[in-house]
Design a protein around this ligand. Sequence first.
Ligand code: 9MR
Length: 356
Amino acid sequence: MIAFDKAPSLCRAYSRDFWIGAAVNPWMLQDAEYRALILRHFSSVTLENDMKPERLLDRKATLAGGDPLRAQMNFTLADRVLSFAAEYGLKVRFHVLCWHNQTPRWFFAENWSDAPDAPLASRETILSRQENYIRDVMTHVNQRWADTVYAWDVVNEAFEPDQNEPGLYRARSLWYQTLGPDFIPAAFRAARRYQAPGQQLYYNDYNAFQPEKRDAILAALKTLKAKSLIDGMGMQGHMNLDWPDFALCEEAIRRYAGLGLSVQVTELDIHCPGADAERQAALADRYGAYFAMLLRLHREGLPIGSVTFWGVTDRDSWLTGFRREGSYPLLFDGEKHTKPAFDAVLAQPDKALLKD
Ligand code: 9MR
């Protein structure tokens, strides 16, 4: 357990393999220690919340704009992080364009109404709003930061086996309710039009290793890939100490890559319900085994481009609030000291080298 600034750089240790990222929040960039930690150990960042539609969309400005098909956005916070990243040479994963969650209902309602029971707008209206939203966001970002953003989460979490919908589509999504399964190809078609050269378009989901869900995702991505609309699969990677079996993760990575897609781990964390030495040692073993697997696959030639942790320290992890029993899931503790899990992850590239 040493201070973050005494430890060898994590992203440098992985520089011949993949980018190592973290989900960050704009406030961290105002904090000298967080800034230093991020710049030392990570080569990629994702905004944890501030590029989501709920944060970008501005209803007042949309109403004032008077266009029923074109929403207005406020990019103040997103721009701040993008210009920080560009200044310091960090790469950015853009999260996220189309998601059922954290997109306000008014975006789907007739006349942009925010009444809870307002009728949903027509299919044609939503298709135009989707196209306009994707165009306006991507054009704004790419005007100044085309070289900084390397991947776009175009669609997130569209499948949900628990809802028994044909194709396992998430029935309760307002994207699905207004456009049906077409919302996915429509989103990717728009994103292809406005992406900058070199940027990759991703589908992103959690539990993407689970066979039933994996197969539903694979079926949809195969069609997208056949039309050259997609470049990669984002496997979020929210895991536990004893779940899932990494053999399932490996199998899934091979299947997605088998479609000709790149694979990124986009939201990695391993829920750990205690800060005690025993559980933190178990966490370290688990992270070590996971990165050993990723390195083995990468060195075998699988296109794994980046691995992003969902948070920076245990104190800022979403799991700390989400899990009633508390959680200590990341590589740095609340004091920004490295944990055994950090050492385990840091050690893997050298270990893999010995095996080469
Ligand atoms: O970490 C995010 C948390 O701060 C938000 O409250 C939450 C709300 O939906 O979203 C969290 O991030 C999610 C990500 O955007 C998509 N995959 C699951 C992540 C964890 O819930």
